[in-house]
Write a protein that binds this ligand. Structure first.
Ligand SMILES: Cc1cc2nc3c(=O)[nH]c(=O)nc-3n(C[C@H](O)[C@H](O)[C@H](O)COP(=O)(O)OP(=O)(O)OC[C@H]3O[C@@H](n4cnc5c(N)ncnc54)[C@H](O)[C@@H]3O)c2cc1C
Length: 117
């Protein structure tokens, strides 16, 4: 089989599969087992309930540096923002650490804690 015919048969196979959002749990689990090389026997005792997270990538949306507030906005004396939608320079959203760091920055600054010391 040539590369072209191989690619064509793969594309045909993909086209025949409904979107992931239309799959039932058993189909998703079977696909996962294939990727992870798990024994399909686990399917017999497993119960896979699909769960949709439509906003899961929202924190990765393109933005300007000024679109999201800093944990402590420049003029704020007693108000801070925490969690994923604040702007922390040189950090990466989506992690638990990001949320913890935002809260740390707010608490440390308001309480005058010197992080270097
Ligand atoms: C499927 C998935 C996998 C992930 N895997 C990882 C991973 O491997 N490593 C990692 O670092 N991060 C991972 N994350 C991201 C991580 O879970 C989040 O970044 C982190 O939990 C955010 O913490 P948070 O305290 O800022 O917000 P959350 O954990 O979302 O907490 C916010 C809380 O506020 C509550 N709340 C919302 N509105 C109100 C309201 N009006 N009144 C009262 N309470 C309210 C919510 O119920 C929730 O309990 C994953 C996230 C998901 C969804």
């Amino acid at each position: 089989m040539s590369c072209a015919s191989c690619a064509s048969s793969i594309e045909d196979a993909i086209r025949s599969v409904p979107g992931v959002s239309e799959c039932i749990g058993a189909e998703i689990l079977k696909e996962l087992c294939g990727h992870l090389r798990f024994d399909l026997d686990i399917m017999e005792s497993a119960n896979c309930i699909p769960c949709s997270l439509p906003y899961i990538t929202s924190m990765f949306m393109p933005r300007l540096r000024t679109d999201r507030p800093l944990p402590i906005p420049r003029s704020s004396k007693n108000l801070a923002f925490i969690s994923q939608f604040v702007e922390i320079p040189d950090d990466v959203v989506f992690t638990v650490e990001y949320s913890v760091r935002a809260a740390q920055m707010a608490v440390y600054e308001f309480l005058g804690i010197d992080r270097q010391g």
